[in-house]
Design a protein around this ligand. Structure first.
Ligand code: GLN
Length: 449
């Protein structure tokens, strides 16, 4: 079923209080949709919401920040170019945690997005607007970005499908960098087929991104009903403590159903994954502190310092105004772990553990085709519940960050609800460039619901 532009505008107005979109510019949209009407391709007639940290020419790229509220993109990200060439229509920009730092979309200068399933709860983050747009039926597809879980976790919280591709599978040209060695753009959709469809369009080598690879792009949709996944690994040692009982129950039920379809479930061990939150919050903040140095009120960002007395004063007044508290916290943490004296103790060490985490996965994939992990230990939490407790917020990433650290692909697929009616997401993880395999198992799981 395809959603019409009229349906979108109607639903968008009806759901304004959910605060899903940061920009819907009706005159831009009129021109753009007229142009796209003449492009024939796999996405003709499809509506797509874009996370507001991916550049779309002529629209703001606010990154959910006061700093960039006035910034209009002068160019298209490569993924946008590909969507346009495939005939897709971009409806506007979706809300996010500022600079994609967060797990709830509460850290946006545009205010919190509400979860369409239960508006008292967060939609997850940082791609909360993108996941909510799909869940609320505003659009057919959305793009999110995933540095430590920001596609999968909000997809899990909103009951939709979110795929984080292998690092290098999709061009990062035109996304505002948060942590360049971890960031990937990926699809958020209602169904697994749609996820395959959109990945097909955006995947592949891009001359403008040296980290994109020219490894052959598989026929994801064509192979989606293949049965190449025989053995599935489950790291039961990670599923002991802190898991919400209903999350555990839905995961266990899915595993039982998969066994009945003939899949072999094998217990695996990923011993270094217990360090992944620590490693992630060292590496991601280090990279962020460097990437965000460009926002100084000269090269990028609003200039608020009218009476600065020195150049340092000038930068700090601009940055004090422009960045929110979470972004400042990350810049300080990242600067600290990179500073001389602490570099070896934190940053260099985290890089070494990064390798061990990657090795854990490689060892596991010698025995199994894919791995299952819950997307998040809990269902969507209440708005305000974690906002003043950064550690509690960071811990909601416990099951998602490790595959960004290892550069691997993962997809979150809905596996039913809690007793309160909140969606539960289950991740299917795969080895490098094995998007086809994880899509196949995700599809099989989807059809068991
Ligand atoms: N929640 C994680 C963080 O705050 C992940 C963010 C992301 O993937 N962009 O860093």
């Amino acid at each position: 079923m395809t959603i019409s532009l009229q349906d979108f505008l109607k639903k968008y107005n009806e759901t304004r209080d959910l605060n899903i979109m940061t920009t819907v510019d009706e005159s831009w949209l009129k021109n753009h949709s007229a142009q796209q009407a003449s492009v024939q391709g796999a996405l003709s007639g499809k509506l797509i919401a874009i996370k507001d940290n991916i550049n779309v020419k002529g629209l703001p790229n606010s990154c959910g920040s006061n700093f960039l509220k006035n910034y209009i993109s002068p160019y298209d990200a490569t993924v946008i170019e590909r969507i346009k060439n495939a005939g897709g229509t971009i409806v506007g920009k979706a809300n996010l945690d500022e600079f994609a730092m967060g797990s709830s979309t509460e850290y946006s200068a545009f205010g919190t997005t509400k979860n369409p399933i239960d508006p008292e709860r967060v939609p997850g983050g940082s791609s909360g607007g993108s996941a909510a747009a799909v869940a609320a039926g505003l659009v057919d597809y959305a793009l999110g970005s995933d540095t430590g879980g920001s596609i999968r976790q909000p997809a899990g919280f909103c009951g939709v499908v979110g795929l984080k591709p292998t690092y290098g599978r999709v061009s990062r040209y035109g996304i505002t960098a948060f942590a360049s060695s971890l960031d990937q753009i990926g699809p958020i959709t209602k169904t697994v087929d749609q996820s395959a469809e959109l990945l097909q369009i955006i995947a592949g080598k891009d001359e403008k991104d040296a980290t994109s690879t020219d490894i052959n792009v598989d026929d994801y949709l064509g192979k989606i009903n293949d049965d190449s996944v025989k053995t599935i690994g489950v790291p039961y040692h990670l599923l002991q403590e802190g898991l919400h009982p209903d999350v555990k129950a839905r995961v266990d039920e899915t595993i039982e159903k998969l066994k009945k379809t003939g899949k072999v479930i094998q217990e695996i061990s990923l011993p270094h994954l217990s360090y992944s939150i620590a490693v992630y919050y060292i590496l991601a903040t280090a990279e962020a502190s460097s990437n965000l140095a460009r926002f100084d009120g000269v090269r990028y960002g609003v200039r608020t310092s009218q009476n600065a007395e020195s150049i340092d004063d000038f930068y700090s007044v601009n940055r004090e105004y422009g960045f929110g508290a979470e972004v400042k916290r990350r810049i300080m943490l990242g600067t600290y772990v990179l500073s001389s004296g602490y570099y070896d103790a934190y940053y260099a060490r985290a890089q070494k553990v990064r390798r061990l985490i990657y090795d854990d996965f490689q060892k596991a994939y010698k025995d199994v085709d894919t791995i299952l992990l819950p997307t998040c230990p809990t269902p969507a939490f209440k708005i305000g519940e974690h906002v003043n407790n950064p550690m509690a917020m960071y811990l909601s990433d416990i099951f998602t960050v490790s595959i960004n650290i290892a550069g691997l692909p993962g997809i979150s697929v809905p596996v039913g609800n809690t007793s309160e009616g909140l969606p539960v997401g289950l991740q299917v993880l795969g080895n490098l460039y094995e998007e086809s395999k994880i899509l196949q198992l995700a599809k099989a799981i989807e059809s068991l619901q």
